[in-house]
Design a protein around this ligand. Structure first.
Ligand code: FAD
Length: 139
């Protein structure tokens, strides 16, 4: 199984309805393609993990890259033969509003970083940790 994590920035902030529409479409498409993952949105920035067969993930990556609603797509992590972490989640979602401290057990400061903070580029494993923190909190 292949895993991709990237960050990007919305061209214009997404409204609640726009996020809902994006998720609905993503969940439909991802279920049909056998893909799973999780999307975080904070202050106009996205972080997304996509998991599944490599060719399907790469096809979707190209489609997402061409989506005019966001820009600056930056790959943080690409893993081959990865253990699936989001099985059953056609696309988990969390909109992060600061402060997150109260919502997340074992809170640490990195949860409040901007999703495009360079910490995630320097230490890509932190991006997976962040996504997993919210997956665990939502279970
Ligand atoms: P349609 O929904 O029919 O769309 C056709 C075209 O219109 C596409 O080029 C699409 O990009 C564009 N489009 C659709 N809605 C709008 C709009 N409101 N404004 C401007 N252009 C629009 N898709 C997934 O399938 N799975 C994902 O996990 C996923 N994650 C995403 C994460 C982010 C951060 C973003 C920005 C987009 C994501 N998308 C995802 C959406 C993806 O970019 C495509 O829009 C979608 O896959 C197209 O679905 P479709 O082929 O069924 O075409």
């Amino acid at each position: 199984m292949y895993r991709l994590i990237y960050v990007s920035s919305a061209v214009e902030h997404f409204s609640g309805q726009e996020l809902e529409d994006l998720l609905k479409k993503s969940r439909e498409n991802n279920s049909a393609a056998g893909l799973t993952g999780m999307l975080l949105y904070r202050d106009g920035n996205f972080m997304q993990c996509l998991e599944g067969p490599k060719d399907a993930v790469c096809r979707l990556e190209l489609k997402i890259k061409a989506d005019p609603r966001h820009r600056g797509m930056l790959t943080l992590l690409q893993e081959e033969n990865a253990q699936p972490e989001f099985s059953g989640w056609a696309m988990g979602f969390k909109k992060l509003d600061s402060p997150t401290a109260l919502e997340v057990p074992g809170y640490s400061n990195f949860l409040d970083l901007s999703l495009t903070n360079e910490q995630f580029q320097v230490h890509p494993s932190k991006s997976l940790r962040l996504l997993l923190t919210f997956r665990n909190a939502m279970r």
